[in-house]
Design a protein around this ligand. Structure first.
Ligand SMILES: NC(=O)c1ccc[n+]([C@@H]2O[C@H](COP(=O)([O-])OP(=O)(O)OC[C@H]3O[C@@H](n4cnc5c(N)ncnc54)[C@H](O)[C@@H]3O)[C@@H](O)[C@H]2O)c1
Length: 246
């Protein structure tokens, strides 16, 4: 159904982005991955830093040229931050917003001229459970993801009459290299992993392929009536309130 569609995935070199690139390719899409460290075959890998506007414009133009257009944008590149409002200096606030929020803006505005020419245009932003649940020690990161969720809604409204759908996925803690780095940095990695698993009602972390499947669904024509939504892939973390298990 989505045989000829062309997609770009930011942060497509690792974790959720790489899994999303694979899921889109499995649905017959041609995929270009834009990343600081892009992947190789079967994807078109293009080196790109989403904080560099000129670089983003060049990378998106190159992707469009090599793909033959752009139908789908997966805005997924992101970085983490830990701490309360007392812990991160202004420079880090600016830097993390620059990647997680303004980075999505830069890639979207570079891609919009191509998306407008598509019959199945859509954007999927990688948001987070941190947008909708208060998590300790994640003030800066959560603020960026709250912005991503609001941005998703505003963009969905702005571009609906151009035939461009905009949605986001809200993963719970997903077992990616990112979380691997978090665990490595913990005093007791095994205890930290157990605590993260326990925080999920399903008792386990989300995996990147589960998030990727949601991204691919929202990206493709099967979701043609869906825009301005946030699809949680979080093991029940946002919506469920369980009794303690014994
Ligand atoms: N892993 C989780 O638990 C989790 C949960 C919710 C949301 N997310 C979100 O999912 C997305 C992907 O995270 P992941 O877990 O796959 O992490 P990851 O670290 O495995 O992958 C992130 C990718 O983004 C790229 N990237 C970082 N900064 C960039 C920049 N300035 N320009 C271009 N590329 C850049 C990295 O090189 C990397 O390939 C992020 O937006 C993250 O906030 C992750």
């Amino acid at each position: 159904m989505s045989g000829e569609l062309k997609a770009i995935v930011t942060g497509g070199g690792s974790g959720i982005g790489l899994a999303a690139a694979r899921a889109l390719a499995a649905r017959g899409m041609k995929v270009a991955c834009l990343d600081l460290v892009p992947p190789g075959e079967p994807f078109i890998g293009i080196t790109c830093d989403v904080t560099d506007d000129a670089g983003v414009r060049g990378a998106v133009a190159e992707a469009a040229e090599r793909l033959g257009g752009i139908d789908v944008l997966v805005n997924n590149a992101g970085v983490g931050a830990q701490g309360t409002v007392e812990d991160n200096p202004d420079s880090e606030w600016h830097q993390v917003f620059d990647v997680n929020v303004v980075g999505m803006v830069r890639v979207a505005r570079a891609a919009l001229p191509y998306l407008r020419k598509s019959q199945h245009a859509s954007i999927v932003n990688t948001c987070s459970i941190a947008a909708t649940a208060g998590l300790p020690q994640r003030a800066l990161y959560s603020a960026t993801k709250g912005a991503v969720q609001s941005l998703t809604l505003a963009m969905a409204a702005d571009h609906i009459r151009e035939g461009i759908r905009v949605n986001c996925v809200n993963p719970g803690t997903a077992d990616t290299p990112w979380v691997g780095r978090l665990l490595d940095a913990a005093d007791d990695p095994e205890a930290e992993r157990a605590a993260l698993n326990a925080r999920q009602p399903m008792g386990r972390l989300v995996n990147a392929e589960e998030v990727a499947a949601a991204i691919a669904y929202l990206a493709g024509p099967e979701a043609g009536a869906t825009t301005g939504t946030a699809l949680a892939v979080d093991g029940g973390m946002q919506g469920l309130r369980l009794r303690p298990s014994h």
